[in-house]
Design a protein around this ligand. Structure first.
Ligand SMILES: NC(=O)c1ccc[n+]([C@@H]2O[C@H](COP(=O)([O-])OP(=O)(O)OC[C@H]3O[C@@H](n4cnc5c(N)ncnc54)[C@H](OP(=O)(O)O)[C@@H]3O)[C@@H](O)[C@H]2O)c1
Length: 351
């Protein structure tokens, strides 16, 4: 290990509330009804960990060093949770390969590493969807790419649109835990009803409870509030909110145009320049003004807002440079919202 983690990387744990923190660090929440604490800020490796090019960095060595420093900065700030998937790149698999190299320098047992399968990964009928055949083979490939013996969390990445019986998908997840390839399992982007059905199928099998649901949630995308959160609360599952900054739209990134080194400017696979339109900017401008009044950046306010509901265990951000992680961690110095403020924010968001 050439990286030495910051000595003060942990703030107080939930059962050590009297421990003084020397700097803002990520606080932790228990993930549903489990023994596992997750940081309220987690780092996802969907973008900026594949081939160089994004973030305005085309040189491989510079890009790798940036990725390395993002992982180290995260852990130095108490962000112990790193989220991957088989298909993160580009090309698919590249983020896991890069992360595997970085992980060799990091303290594995201080980290919660997640990966997933559920979207297209390899050609033919066995490289996609939700079959036992695909999920088990894909996790084996992920473990080889990251050179790990097990992951902490393995997810089914999306409900299978092709009709794999949920009993088969859950049996695959149960097998994965039983064989020690993952310590916990979860699901992503299932609806409330699909989540309920998955939990029921897993319970029928006598399998491990689904630890966590990974769902799209941010100020601009609140669908889970009515559909999913009542189900996850009833099932006592953790929830991790992906894209809490709406891929950067809920930051000051685009207030003065589209920077060349931004996601919309340099890697528009998912966030396209046309998404940054006048209606969005009008809303974001108002949100930014309100964040300033709270003494926060817009990114910090958006993250505090995402975890305002205690059943949302963690906000799963992406970053293109270490400084963004440092800025985002400071969200936790002010997470309180008055009822009046929440009403005002609702009005801005509805406008
Ligand atoms: N389960 C699923 O289906 C699914 C789907 C999507 C994502 N995910 C997970 O969620 C993770 C996060 O997704 P995401 O990257 O879209 O999250 P996000 O946090 O909404 O957006 C991240 C982007 O916001 C910008 N940003 C972050 N902090 C900033 C700051 N302080 N100031 C200005 N800009 C800032 C950066 O964009 P620039 O590049 O412009 O700097 C960064 O790349 C993924 O890595 C993945 O693990 C899961």
């Amino acid at each position: 290990m050439t990286y030495t983690p910051a000595a003060d990387r942990y703030g107080p744990f939930p059962n050590q509330a009297d421990k003084p923190a020397s700097a803002p660090r990520s606080p932790y929440r228990r993930c549903g009804r489990s023994g596992l604490f997750l940081p309220q800020l987690s780092l996802g490796l969907w973008h900026n960990f594949g081939a160089p090019g994004p973030a305005g960095i085309s040189d491989e060595r510079e890009f790798h060093e940036n990725a390395r420093q993002m992982c180290f900065t995260a852990l130095d700030n108490g962000v112990t949770h790193f989220d991957l998937a088989n298909n993160y790149g580009p090309p698919p698999g590249a983020a896991e390969t890069r992360f595997g190299k970085i992980l060799k320098e990091m303290p594995r047992d201080e980290m919660v590493v997640a990966t997933k399968a559920g979207w297209t990964m390899w050609p033919g009928p066995y490289g996609d969807f939700g079959s036992r055949k695909y999920l088990i083979a894909s996790l084996d490939q992920s473990l080889r790419r990251m050179d790990m013996e097990y992951v902490d969390i393995f997810y089914h990445h999306r409900p299978d649109p092709g009709g794999t019986p949920i009993e088969e998908t859950m049996a695959a997840l149960e097998h994965i835990v039983r064989t020690g390839k993952a310590l916990y399992v979860g699901i992503s982007s299932y609806s409330g009803k699909q989540t309920h059905d998955a939990c029921r199928a897993m319970a029928k099998l006598g399998g491990p409870p689904l630890l966590i649901h990974q769902a799209y949630y941010n100020m601009l995308g609140r669908g889970i509030e009515t559909d999913l959160l009542p189900v996850t609360a009833a099932q006592e599952m953790g929830v991790i909110a992906f894209c809490p900054l709406a891929q950067g739209q809920l930051t000051d990134r685009y207030l003065k145009g589209i920077p060349k080194d931004s996601r919309a400017g340099s890697d528009p696979r998912f966030l396209k320049p046309q998404n940054i339109n006048d209606a969005l900017l009008a809303k974001v401008g108002k949100l930014n003004d309100h964040a300033r009044q709270r003494g926060q950046s817009l990114a910090q306010m958006a993250l505090a807002w995402t975890v305002r509901n205690p059943t949302v265990t963690s906000a799963l951000i992406g970053a293109s440079r270490p400084a963004q992680i440092v800025e985002n961690i400071k969200a936790f110095t002010n997470t309180a919202f008055t009822a009046e403020e929440l009403k005002l924010l609702d009005a801005i968001l509805a406008g």
